[in-house]
Design a binder for this molecule. Structure first.
Ligand code: PBG
Length: 328
């Protein structure tokens, strides 16, 4: 029997060089943003148990890590503070301490590695005795409008310390516009906003909350973080944030939400970031450590998947190792 095949897609896959010519997407070191956990002290490296390979670092070691990341070509870091309970209260007061760990760290990085873009997280949870991203009233309700000025002051304090990009991760309504206005009024018109626009109430944040000991003391985050079932709402949230002045928007988590990245990137006029979160890191790392998967290949394939879905930047705990591999 004669075989007549009119279309042979395999011709475009015959060699490395042909494959490189027809490749539609690529992963570069310049796509990566490394999240870092900061603790008080000197020369302290405290491994996060549920995230093998990731540690909480004291300021001096964070600065060194930023130098290394810069040498590897990683353009940005995003910082998270792990604070003692003694520093936490209901109003997240420590978040505006000009001498606080967070502010000192931002300033130290910018003084040593000025080329590194320093992104900061804005939400009450690392500083809150309630472990919530917003202000908790006596009735246990998360009060949106009481929270906004707290977030705005936190943002201005971070900008004053030298932050390049403010990233509100709290999911309160109207916070992007409110923060933008506060930054502008304080003279920080050049400081950008990366809005966590479509942030879902996800179980994949577990290891992160271990790292910061920031899990909610009561209740969950479902009245502000999104229902994992919704994609239209993700578009609505994104468009609102863009309208309020977001320079970049984010979808979070990453892997179970690739369709949301696609949908958001199709309507967004600003660059879309994805957060490949702690639980995603932990799963891949654990399988790799057990020898069940080829860790390096799985990580690079995962990160490329985010690009294909429409993300232009990736917050990932794999950033350092991926940068090392991409530079090989
Ligand atoms: C807090 C915040 C969280 C993450 C980033 N900022 C946790 C949460 O919302 O409970 C999660 C990051 C990760 O899991 O890697 N506003």
């Amino acid at each position: 029997m004669t075989i007549t095949i009119t279309s042979r897609p395999r011709r475009n896959r015959v060699s490395d060089s042909i494959r490189s010519l027809v490749r539609e997407n690529s992963l570069q070191v310049t796509d990566l943003i490394m999240p870092l956990f900061i603790i008080e002290g000197n020369n302290i490296q405290q491994p996060v148990e549920s995230m093998p390979g990731i540690s909480r670092l004291s300021l001096d070691l964070i600065v060194k890590e930023c130098q290394t990341l810069h040498q590897l070509g990683v353009p940005a870091v995003v910082l998270f503070p792990a604070l003692d309970d003694a520093r936490k209260d209901t109003r997240a007061s420590e978040s505006v301490n000009a001498d606080g760990l967070y502010q000192r760290t931002i300033a130290a990085i910018k003084a040593t590695v000025p080329e590194m873009t320093v992104m900061t997280d804005v939400a009450m949870d690392p500083y809150s005795s309630d472990g919530h991203d917003g202000y908790v009233t006596e009735n246990g309700v998360i009060d949106n409008d009481i929270t906004l000025p707290i977030l705005a002051e936190m943002s201005v304090s971070q900008a004053r310390a030298g932050a390049d990009v403010i990233a509100p991760s709290d999911m309160m309504d109207g916070r992007v516009g409110y923060i933008r206005e506060a930054l502008d009024a304080a003279g920080y018109t050049h400081v950008g906003i990366l809005a966590y626009s479509a942030k879902f109430a996800s179980a994949f944040y577990g290891p992160f909350r271990d790292a910061l000991e920031s899990a909610p003391k009561h209740g969950d985050k479902k009245t502000y973080q999104m229902d994992p079932a919704n994609v239209k709402e993700a578009i609505r949230e994104t468009l609102l944030d863009i309208d309020e002045g977001a320079d970049m928007v984010m979808v979070k988590p990453g892997l179970p939400y690739l369709d949301v990245i696609r949908a958001v990137s199709e309507v967004s006029e600003v660059p879309v970031a994805v957060y490949n979160v702690s639980g995603e890191y932990a799963m891949v790392k654990a399988a790799g450590m057990n020898g069940w998967i080829d860790y390096k290949k799985v990580v690079l394939e995962t990160l490329l998947g985010f690009k294909r879905a429409g993300a232009s930047m990736i917050l990932t705990y794999h950033a350092k190792e991926a940068a090392e591999w991409l530079n090989e």
